[in-house]
Design a protein around this ligand. Structure first.
Ligand code: NAP
Length: 304
């Protein structure tokens, strides 16, 4: 097994544990991003769709850490006809990142992603990301919620290969084929919603964590047993499981003690036998977007 330490980075120089900002208000984004950086996080994950980038920008600034030491990702919301959200063309994609940089108070981001393959214009949007990389407004470009088919579509069009793909990844949703495809093509894997199997995941009013609660029970009985045997929390076990699969992991909390806990993943290892037990739980069942009624990985409309 590759030795994983606090300083290990993936193929695009990304610190392996990132702080996520979904479902934080603007004010919470400011205080939690500042707190996360003070705790030691150097990788922050944002998105146009989170509607809090102004707060994230204030938090980044207030943290007082050199820009060179931070790895900041953000995402383009591509538009989605079924939600009545207009699809962005080339120029609108370029303009969107410029607007986001203003809110984040940054000159560039380290990684810019198409949030999901929800638009018929996704190849045009991808060409715009190539342009944004050339102009230095982002250091790296990638996608999120792209299946093998959607990744292959980009390669078949002879466009630049995505450098990363951010996907839901936890023992109930492990997608071994996609993970293998990304490894074969050197596309850096980034996990989101690693904590979705927990009973404490998104439990506040309106966060949508109650969906598919029944399918988490089997996973919870296994994580409880293994976490107790290793003397770690279930949250740490789930995050470490992602790391041991070669993923960078993202984790969000509004609570300082959990922000600390979620970065503290480097002083234990999950034995192979327990990794195998956790791997057996897989149902390729996406949970994170379920409350909004779609599985983004299966929602791509035909190309325009
Ligand atoms: N690309 C995409 O489509 C996509 C989709 C979803 C997420 N993401 C990114 O990935 C990040 C992480 O995913 P996520 O927001 O689903 O977060 P997560 O880290 O998997 O789970 C967060 C939830 O778990 C709770 N929690 C956090 N730490 C905990 C701990 N140590 N013990 C017990 N409960 C804990 C949090 O509650 P408290 O806040 O109350 O602590 C919150 O309800 C997002 O913030 C976002 O940046 C991307």
């Amino acid at each position: 097994m590759t030795k994983i330490s606090t300083s290990t980075r993936n193929g695009i120089g990304m610190p392996l544990v990132g702080f996520g900002t979904y479902q934080l208000s603007v004010d919470q984004a400011e205080s939690c991003v500042k707190e996360a950086i003070a705790t030691g996080f150097r990788h922050i994950d944002s998105a146009e769709g989170y509607q809090n980038e102004e707060g994230t920008g204030r938090g980044l600034k207030a943290a007082g850490v050199s820009r060179d030491d931070l790895f900041v990702t953000t995402k383009l919301f591509p538009g989605y006809k079924q939600w009545g959200a207009p699809e962005k063309d080339f120029q609108q994609t370029v303009d969107t990142l410029k607007k986001q940089l203003g809110e984040l108070q940054l000159d560039y981001v380290d990684l810019y992603l198409i949030h999901a393959p929800l638009s018929e214009l996704r190849l045009e949007q991808w060409s715009a990301l190539e342009e944004l990389k050339k102009s230095g407004l982002t250091r790296h470009i990638g996608v999120s919620n792209y299946s093998e088919k959607n990744l292959q579509e980009i390669l078949d069009a002879n466009l630049a290969k995505p450098e990363a793909n951010q996907v839901e990844f936890h023992p109930i949703c492990a997608r071994a084929d996609l993970t293998g495809y990304m490894k074969k093509n050197s596309i850096a894997p980034i996990a989101y919603s690693s904590l979705a199997p927990l009973s404490t995941w998104r439990i506040e009013e309106g966060q949508g964590g109650e969906v598919l609660a029944e399918i988490k029970e089997e996973c919870q009985s296994v994580t409880q047993e293994i976490a107790a045997a290793l003397n770690v929390s279930e949250a740490k076990l789930l995050l470490r499981w992602g790391l041991q699969h070669g993923y960078a992991v993202l984790t969000k909390s509004s609570k300082p003690e959990r922000i600390r806990e979620n970065l503290d993943l480097f002083d234990f290892e999950i034995p192979d036998s327990d990794m195998a037990r956790l791997n057996q739980i897989n149902q390729n069942q996406a949970i994170a977007w379920a409350a909004s009624g779609i599985n983004p990985m299966e929602a791509a409309p035909p190309l325009n």
